[in-house]
Design a protein around this ligand. Structure first.
Ligand code: ACO
Length: 361
């Protein structure tokens, strides 16, 4: 007998066991392979988190030095594809260019594919950002970490420890987050045995939407429009009157504040000349939460990761059109981990729909 109760957003549906991460939406807690987020980012950078995620599943798993080396080698390999990438992506946004770039990687490439995709994304991103400034792409440096090298390739020189640490914290913070829309998409593709590159490409396409990884650019647009925290209340009332969704707020799982928001807010505070901007953003955030309480009573909506992502990436001088692409650089580590887990134990993911169209007479 076909079950006909439709759950269009799959709320609360559990489709797999995972050892990767746990999102506790009531407590506002994220655990990645046994480590609570604040401890995770205090003790590990991006490569360390990737090594942790890949433990027991892939080359370099558990070994931060091996991951750092593997990713650096993969960046050098990916740099060879940059002329092809640039020729194929004229006029595209950074995330659209990454979509093309991942699509160009062959399944036959001899490098371990998790290294290949996680090495290619920062190289491709830096190349398209340099093109936008009229600059030639800068070759990767084998001696650096992903965060150090990405900032260097974008800026033309090393950014300084405080900036490199800021980006590293961001990449580590967003590396994995349960069965979010992009991770689930990647796992669906992995479940068909299409391979890691195709799975990560599919995940990137899901991340691109404004309801998922496309939110932080619009957060800055909102802050720009508000301009002065004294105008925030009127701005929010007007926005709710028009049915606007507030970017950087609300979450399917978190019913309280997203714990990543505090980690990223603290990271912004370590960067130079951010005190004024941070104070303004904090006031606007309080105004947004008060407006959500007024206009959406009983809905339990709070700040999500994207609000302070926007502030952090702005302070790192990343152009806002590149925010979603940069999210992909960090999240790719988690996507790969989930592909491995799916390939190891999962069955093909194949739900059912409830047919409501006409039937033959
Ligand atoms: N602003 C205003 N109202 C909101 C918001 C928001 N940011 N988020 C949810 N609501 C309201 C909805 O309008 C709805 O109200 P209603 O019942 O009166 O119609 C109610 O809260 C429930 O919202 P849903 O959209 O059903 O919640 P869902 O779990 O499906 O969506 C989502 C979650 C997509 C994140 C949503 O909160 C949203 O659009 N937020 C803004 C975009 C954003 O910041 N995305 C990044 C999320 S974090 C990440 O993906 C990395």
């Amino acid at each position: 007998m076909l079950q006909t109760r439709v759950n269009s957003g799959l709320d609360g549906i559990i489709v797999a066991d995972t050892v990767m991460s746990e999102v506790d939406g009531e407590e506002g807690r994220l655990v990645v392979r046994g480590h609570a987020l604040p401890e995770l980012v205090a003790t590990r950078g991006f490569e360390g988190v990737a090594a942790l995620l890949w433990t027991d599943y892939a080359t370099g798993g558990g070994d931060e030095a091996a991951v750092t080396k593997g990713l650096a080698k993969a960046r050098v390999r990916a740099f060879k594809d940059v002329p092809k990438l640039l020729a194929a992506t004229e006029g595209l946004t950074p995330v659209e260019a990454l979509r093309v770039g991942l699509g160009m990687l062959p399944d036959s490439d001899p490098l371990p594919h998790h290294f290949l995709v996680c090495g290619a994304l920062p190289v491709f991103l830096a190349a398209v950002l340099n093109r936008a400034k009229g600059l030639s792409p800068l070759a990767p440096d084998l001696a650096l970490t992903t965060a150090q090298d990405l900032l260097r390739m974008i800026r033309g020189q090393r950014a300084g420890e405080v900036f490199e640490k800021g980006l590293d914290t961001y990449l580590a913070t967003v590396a994995d987050h349960g069965f979010n829309a992009s991770t689930f998409t990647g796992r669906v593709v992995a479940s068909t045995q299409a391979g890691l590159i195709s799975s990560v490409l599919a995940a990137l396409c899901a991340l691109k939407g404004p309801l998922h990884g496309g939110a932080p650019g619009p957060v800055l647009d909102m802050l720009d429009e508000i301009g002065d925290s004294a105008r925030a209340e009127a701005w929010f009332d007007d926005a709710f009157g028009k049915g606007t969704t507030l970017m950087g707020f609300g979450h399917r799982i978190y019913k309280v504040r997203d714990p990543r928001a505090d980690v990223l807010k603290a990271a912004v505070a370590t960067l130079p000349a951010t005190a004024g901007r941070l104070a303004f953003a904090s006031e606007v955030e309080q105004g947004a939460i008060a407006a959500l309480r007024r206009h959406k009573p009983g809905r339990r909506l709070d700040t999500n990761v994207e609000y302070y992502t926007a502030l952090l990436l702005e302070a790192l001088e990343i152009p806002r059109e590149a925010f979603t692409a940069l999210f992909a650089v960090g999240r790719a580590a988690g996507w790969c981990a989930h592909v491995f887990e799916q390939e190891k134990g999962g069955r093909i993911i194949r739900p059912q729909s409830n047919y409501v169209g006409p039937r033959p007479a």
